[in-house]
Design a binder for this molecule. Structure first.
Ligand SMILES: Cc1cc2nc3c(=O)[nH]c(=O)nc-3n(C[C@H](O)[C@H](O)[C@H](O)COP(=O)(O)OP(=O)(O)OC[C@H]3O[C@@H](n4cnc5c(N)ncnc54)[C@H](O)[C@@H]3O)c2cc1C
Ligand code: SF4
Length: 801
């Protein structure tokens, strides 16, 4: 007779143990699984995704029913174990009868924590743990309007986002002053709150609920400070408690969870515990990644292999809300002996912090860009020594594209924590099934199917495994979490279907998040404007704050005003005007910039329109994804080395291309001889005079990633410079990703490719025709705000949030 294994709980841990056991020793045991829920094991973490309107509960089953038959596993659903007789090795269920076992696995998970304040048992108050809760929310949204979620943690916010998608008005009540305060520091928490408010959530912070109001059905919540809020539905999401009742009644050692050793054995021989109900070395985990590691150790232990103990897990959190990239792992608050390295880009909404103690990374928090999360997590898991590293480089993408990291990862390391997919499983699938894209890997192995946090690492594994066969252009990465469509697919669809607004894009192209996010909103606004320059109405709300304000916000909350000075040339009249305006509006500092103009720093927000009116100069677009400056050297007009009129050409270029919207900022320079005093070799477009000709350099960058420009063409006349520059800029506008600088774009598409495109005279003319149309449609934003009452009103509402 085969040894009998009985599993209590057909949740994510229970089924994973069974999977591991049958994988290791097929058909070796007589396995029975008893689950209280009606449905066979399903992917609980995807409930948030279903609630947000993506997929149905039927798609969540971890294994189809056939699988249980094939593996000869007896599945008993809708049945609860009520008692364990550990001496007789029997379990009793609510359906009667006793079931014998040789080994017992307890995988009873957790129960939602319910604060027992008065009125909690009223109709319309629910938790968020299982399929029934998810269905109850979907049903409720069909007839009710106001939802209140208690708890501003991961689960509460995912529930709140789902209810918003179901068209409910959603308020989140939280008892502290910061959301996700167990995973995020104050900065990330504030950024998260701002983003969710933009998506339509309302927050009641530092509120202590005293009771639920209403008769039979909930009508609202009352708070300690005397305030009340109306509610047709209340979702309590304040935490979980390991489900240990059965184990403690049986006399097993329990604490917060069922106490287990490094092989998941409880205090009684032959009984194991795994998943959220288990407590290992004092920790009861509330996430899935640990349970995959626990299940693998448990299965090996049953097979007699106790060579690799479970030593605990490094856990991470990734919020599954479309359009919000948040990642947190390990320590996130500063404390003694721990040093933090941070970058915070307010204009792009990006914040990253890593925590270092004893030369190891012990925690990280990321908001707005989580593309480095897998790499940092891997460093944390391997306890890599960072002593000799330039620490800030840890927050920058790896130069080798992550190849070293991938090569050093053991095959057994879990890459996708949500679905328990190892590096070995991914590489095998790539090799055996000829996979070529991350999308194919997702479909085949489930890696990156859930929170998507491991997508960059999956991509690196793909690149590493395929070697030369890897083709970046195949990759078609989605532009953000709101959609699975890539930039090219979106631009193509907008063009084909003649889509005219961002709203239409979200609906026609079936974005998961119909409001968009801080990543896709500005990108779509750019792509639509680029494709339909004459028809498209620019959406100010979709732009980054500096672009909305037409000025750069400074670290003290004031603004900087930079008027245009063509080619860096000014006059005494202009200088007098700048001086007068500066005195009148108490400008804190006048600074000559590297782009050869004057920056008026410290302007008050409310004074901006009056400053523009008094200056009566065009905007210098110092804040825009647009042409910034054309820097010039003095050239033949004054310099004894000058062979060309650099100022004349620079002014002509700036006058022609000013106000041009581009994927990222564009800087130009013209120098009249190879001494290149205007630093033309490091510009997006740099022009250098040589004997009787102009050399055009493109794709240069003098910023963080210094890059010398590539020679695009040598031409003899100013006319040809204008034409080549126009064609080049338009080709960049049409083919670059939004926020891709020309240096990265040229590197991606290749300078030879750009040369080839521009060598076709007809194509060059067409590109110039299209850029001329785009330029004709532009207007000076400062003038527009002053002259057009509606525009100014719109602008003023933005100024007074
Ligand atoms: C909405 C939601 C989103 C989540 N998102 C994430 C995420 O993004 N990332 C992450 O890592 N984790 C996430 N989690 C947590 C994750 O789902 C859990 O960590 C995981 O499901 C725990 O697995 P488990 O098997 O221990 O418990 P469960 O999956 O809860 O399974 C326990 C099962 O045992 C059954 N059971 C209990 N008592 C008995 C009994 N006496 N007899 C028979 N059956 C019994 C229960 O009915 C249940 O089906 C999320 C959870 C929820 C609810
Ligand atoms: S680049 Fe040549 S021409 Fe221009 S200022 Fe310098 S030395 Fe003179």
């Amino acid at each position: 007779m085969k040894e009998r294994i009985l599993v209590i709980g057909n949740g994510m841990a229970g089924i994973r143990c069974v999977e591991e056991i049958v994988k290791l020793e097929p058909n070796a045991y007589d396995i029975t699984v008893i689950g209280k829920e009606r449905t066979p094991a399903y992917d609980r973490i995807q409930l948030s995704t279903v609630l947000q309107g993506n997929g149905t509960v039927d798609e969540l089953l971890i294994k189809p029913l056939d699988w249980y038959d094939e593996q000869k596993v007896t599945l008993r659903t809708d049945e609860a174990v009520t008692e364990i007789d550990k001496d007789q090795r029997l379990v009793y269920t609510n359906k009667g009868g006793a079931l014998p076992y040789d080994r017992l696995i307890i995988a009873t998970g957790s129960n939602p924590f319910i604060i027992p304040f008065p009125g909690i048992d009223k109709k319309g108050v629910i938790t968020f743990r299982d399929i029934d809760d998810c269905n109850a929310m979907i049903e409720s949204a069909k007839t009710k309007r106001k939802a209140v979620v208690i708890g501003g943690g991961l689960l509460g916010l995912e529930a709140a986002r789902g209810l918003l998608n179901l068209n409910m008005e959603v308020s989140v009540v939280h008892n502290t002053d910061a959301l996700m305060d167990r995973q995020l520091d104050a900065t990330a928490s504030k950024m998260l709150k701002d983003e969710l408010e933009q998506q339509g959530m309302t927050f009641l912070m530092e509120k202590e609920t005293t009771h639920v109001t209403g008769d039979e059905h909930v009508s609202g919540l009352a708070f300690k400070d005397g305030e009340e809020i109306e509610a047709d539905l209340v979702v309590m999401a304040v935490g979980i408690k390991p489900n240990i009742a059965l184990a403690s009644e049986t006399g097993l050692e329990t604490n917060r969870g069922i106490v287990v050793d490094d092989f998941m054995k409880t205090s009684h021989p032959g009984i194991y515990a795994v998943g959220e109900c288990a407590e290992h070395r004092g920790i009861a985990y509330g996430l899935v990644a640990p349970l995959y590691e626990q299940a693998a150790v448990l299965a090996k232990s049953i097979s007699g292999d106790e060579s690799g103990p479970y030593e605990g897990s490094v856990v991470f959190t990734k919020l599954k809300v479309s359009g919000v990239d948040v990642f947190s792992a390990g320590l996130f608050q500063e404390e003694e002996g721990v040093k933090a390295i941070r970058i915070h880009d307010e204009s792009e909404g990006i914040y990253k912090k890593i925590m270092i103690a004893d030369q190891k990374i012990v925690g990280t928090v990321m908001f707005g860009d989580t593309s480095d999360s897998s790499r940092i997590l891997s460093y944390m898991r391997s306890e890599m020594n960072v002593e000799k590293m330039k620490k800030v480089a840890l927050l920058e993408p790896e130069e080798d594209g992550g190849d070293d990291l991938v090569a050093s990862m053991p095959e057994s390391e879990i890459v996708c924590g949500c679905n328990g997919v190892t590096k070995g499983c991914i590489t095998k699938a790539i090799q055996d099934q000829g996979l070529r894209t991350v999308g194919e890997i997702k479909g085949c192995t489930n890696a990156s199917r859930s929170c998507g946090g491991c997508q960059p690492l999956v991509s690196q594994i793909l690149e590493h495994t395929l070697g030369d066969v890897f083709d970046a252009s195949d990759q078609q990465e989605p532009i953000c979490g709101c959609t699975s469509l890539s930039r090219n697919e979106i631009v193509e669809a907008i063009r084909e279907k003649g889509i005219q607004t961002t709203k239409e894009v979200y609906h026609v192209l079936d974005f998961e998040n119909k409001e968009g996010c801080s990543k896709c909103r500005p990108s779509l606004n750019y792509y639509l404007g680029m494709l339909f320059p004459e028809e498209y109405e620019d959406e100010a709300a979709s732009r980054f704050v500096n672009e909305r304000m037409h000025a750069n916000i400074q670290n003290d909350g004031t603004f900087s005003v930079v008027p245009r000075m063509y080619g860096g040339v000014t006059t005494s009249d202009q200088l007098r005007k700048i001086a007068e305006v500066s005195d009148k509006y108490e400008i804190k500092m006048l600074k000559v910039t590297g782009g050869q103009r004057i920056d008026m720093l410290g302007a008050k927000k409310d004074d901006l329109p009056s400053i523009w009116a008094d200056l009566d100069m065009p905007s210098g677009y110092a804040y825009g994804k647009a042409l910034r400056t054309v820097k010039t050297c003095v050239g033949e007009q004054f310099c004894r080395f000058g062979t060309q009129d650099s100022i004349g050409l620079g002014v002509r270029l700036e006058k022609k291309f000013e106000r041009l919207q581009t994927p990222h900022k564009v800087k130009m320079a013209v120098s009249a001889c190879p001494r290149s005093c205007a630093e033309s070799g490091f510009k997006d477009v740099g022009i250098i005079g040589v004997d009787g000709a102009w050399e055009l350099y493109v794709g240069g960058n003098g910023g963080i990633n210094v890059q010398g420009g590539h020679l695009l063409a040598t031409v003899t006349t100013d006319e040809e410079v204008m034409k080549t520059t126009g064609a080049y800029l338009q080709y960049y506008r049409e083919t670059a990703n939004y926020l891709e600088r020309t240096s990265a774009w040229v590197e991606r598409v290749g300078i030879d490719h750009v040369k080839e495109v521009l060598s076709d005279e007809e194509e060059k003319n067409n590109l110039n025709n299209r850029i001329d149309i785009a330029l004709r449609a532009t207007r000076d934003p400062w003038k527009e705000a002053l002259e057009d009452r509606t525009v100014r009103q719109q602008f003023e509402t933005i100024l007074q949030p």
